[in-house]
Ligand binder design. Structure first.
Ligand code: G6P
Length: 612
């Protein structure tokens, strides 16, 4: 949550900061602001609302400075308002700070600062930081590296999570940055350096990055960068070159990122499969050192994630249990981390996070490591925080996902989990070869089948037109179809603000059926030939009670009285969610469009949830 950008170099900072903020707006969009050093003074321009509002402030075009910091906010402490927007200044207006994260002990620190005469203008937790820096700067810090030492003393007082940028008009040649549990990268180029919460936001300027570690400080000048550890001992740091294409993070003619990302799925699935297997050959994961001996010792697997990634985990669990015969549990990360899960060295834990920055997922991963489990991270973002904590990382390679509602990352996560399950099964010899061979054929056929689904979207558009004014909807399924129902329901609520619930069809009679009345919309997913008759009976039960029904199926349904049917191609049930979810992604998209909503930036949500 919250995006931060910084620039120091030989160009005007403001346009670069604004461009960066626009790319990072998916991280938070309730207010935005910048601070630059203009005529030896810090100039702060900020307001609530989108980056577009910030751009409208007349002075913004007059700024000449070539150093600046910027922020797009997702409010935690204090409502969206100009006062609460970042950057925040200290009382002397000599230090400006932007911050992503939460300072848990800010009340205590505020009391201390108030007792020293400091005044606060906002309700934010962040405002304590510039004032603490000022306090230390003016109270007993020695003259050597006074700015850095004052920042470090302030940071030492903070409890919580932070990625912070600081500038001072007393030091107009540098930006100081530091992070703990919130992402921060520095892009470097000739005579200019860029700071950002994520790589895509500054990818058009450079492909060379430094990925800052927790408690690591960087003092960024236009032509060099100094790195310091938590004791302020200087060290050198390796550059990481990123091969992503900057245009992959643009809309390419699509009206919204979400639609573009839905349509990218044939290709993102191809990229995820990559070289991990070929027909007739065993699966191969160069990125993990997990062999037969180790797998034989594993008696339990946990898959841990949040939101859509957790839904992908549920589908992965079905594949792992079926192919490897290892009991597998799926946990919501925020629950897992506080429920004292039973983990030991015989437990394998898999953490899924598109962004690789989700605070709860990272905390759950740290817990599993403490308890001696082996850990694998599945992420889409190269070098993201989760990848630096886990024992092993496997990348989805789905390409940058910008829309808040996750689509292509979900289908790639599923395919990666299924390939991982096949890899384990081949090592363990827990599954017949022809079963795996057939599954491989089906996986390789997926991209063309996804294209077929994407070519037949009129039915979905028509249904969206019919139901977009509804207040409630219900999604039903069994097995993997239930997990897709959960994801379809989440997509709908995220971007259309329609209340929706997903139920396992068999649970209908245990409560939810009481909600069914004339004209209520029910969406059924029926792709498992073993369960289809039972699922049909459940949907008939809602039809009998007057529900309007949409059924997504790969089965031939005869003698039914459903209102709408969307056919998807047949495939192995372990991977059917990759096809059946697409009509649901599109349904949510077209309903949101019909309602005139901002599909890519739904209210209250952020793509990267870096706070608890
Ligand atoms: C947020 C996003 C969701 C995402 C979830 C987990 O809630 O809005 O789209 O599924 O975080 O994100 P992660 O990056 O860990 O997969």
């Amino acid at each position: 949550m919250c995006g931060i950008v910084g620039y120091i170099g030989n160009k005007k900072a403001t346009p670069i900061l604004i461009n960066g903020l626009l790319s990072l707006e998916y991280r938070g969009y309730d207010s935005a602001g910048i601070a630059v050093i203009e005529n030896n003074e810090i100039c702060v321009l900020k307001d609530k609302g989108r980056v577009a509002n910030l751009r409208k402030i007349p002075e913004i075009d007059t700024l000449e400075s070539s150093i600046g910091i910027a922020h797009t906010r997702w409010a935690t402490h204090g409502k969206p308002s100009k006062e609460n927007s970042h950057p925040h200044l200290d009382n002397s207006k000599q230090f400006a700070v932007v911050h992503n994260g939460i300072i848990e002990n800010y009340n205590e620190l505020k009391e201390f600062l108030c007792s020293k005469g400091y005044k606060f203008l906002s309700q934010t937790d962040t405002e304590v930081i510039p004032n603490l820096i000022h306090y230390y700067y003016t109270n007993g810090i020695s003259d050597d590296d006074k700015f850095l030492r004052a920042v470090k003393s302030a940071i030492d007082d903070l409890k919580g999570s932070y990625a912070i940028e600081v500038i001072s008009n007393l030091y107009p040649d540098r930006v100081i940055v530091v992070r703990k549990d919130s992402p921060l990268v520095i892009g470097t180029s000739k005579e200019e350096n860029f700071i950002s919460s994520d790589i895509p936001a500054i990818l058009s300027y450079t492909k060379n990055f430094y990925l800052l570690d927790d408690y690591e400080y960087a003092v960024v000048y236009n032509d060099h960068i100094q790195f310091f550890d938590n004791s302020l001992i200087e060290h050198s740091k390796a550059i990481k070159s990123i091969e992503w294409d900057a245009t992959a993070a643009e809309k390419n003619g699509y009206e919204d990122y979400m639609l573009k990302e839905i349509y990218e799925q044939p290709n993102s699935i191809r990229e995820t499969i990559g070289t991990r297997f070929k027909l007739g050959e065993k699966c191969c994961f160069d990125d993990i050192d997990i062999n037969k001996e180790y797998l034989k010792t594993v008696n339990k697997i946990y898959i841990v994630a949040c939101g859509t990634a957790m839904h992908a985990g549920l589908v992965g669990k079905v594949a792992i249990e079926k192919l490897c015969n290892i009991p597998t549990g799926v946990d919501i990360a925020s629950e897992f981390r506080y429920r004292n899960p039973i983990i030991d060295e015989n437990t394998l834990c898999i953490f899924i996070s598109q962004s690789g920055e989700t605070a709860d997922t990272i905390a759950a991963l740290k817990l599993a490591k403490e308890k001696k489990a082996k850990t694998i991270a599945i992420s889409n973002v190269i070098g993201s925080s989760i990848t630096r904590v886990a024992d092993y990382t496997i990348y989805t390679h789905a390409g940058p996902e910008i829309a808040v509602a996750s689509t292509k990352a979900y289908t790639s996560q599923i395919i990666l989990l299924v390939i991982l399950a096949m890899y384990f099964a081949e090592n363990l010899e827990s599954c017949k070869k022809d079963v795996l061979d057939n599954l491989k054929v089906d996986i390789l056929d997926l991209p063309s089948k996804i294209e077929a689904v994407l070519n037949e979207i009129n039915g979905i558009k028509e249904f969206a037109n019919k139901i977009y004014t509804e207040k409630d909807m219900y999604f039903l399924g069994r097995g993997n179809d239930y997990y897709v129902a959960m994801e379809g329901s989440l997509k709908l609520k995220e971007i259309s603000y329609i209340h929706s619930e997903a139920y396992a069809s068999g649970e209908l009679k245990h409560g939810p059926i009481a909600l069914i009345e004339n004209d209520v919309t029910v969406i059924g997913i029926l792709t498992d030939s073993n369960l289809v008759d039972k699922s049909i009976s459940n949907i008939q039960e809602v039809v009998s009670r007057g529900a309007k029904t949409l059924v997504i199926t790969n089965q031939r349904l005869t003698n039914n009285n459903f209102d709408f049917i969307i056919n998807v191609p047949e495939t192995n049930n372990l991977i059917s969610p990759v096809l059946s979810v697409i009509p649901l992604q599109l349904l949510a998209y077209y309903i949101s469009k019909n309602k005139g909503l901002d599909v890519d930036k739904p209210r209250n949500l952020a793509k990267s949830v870096t706070v608890e």
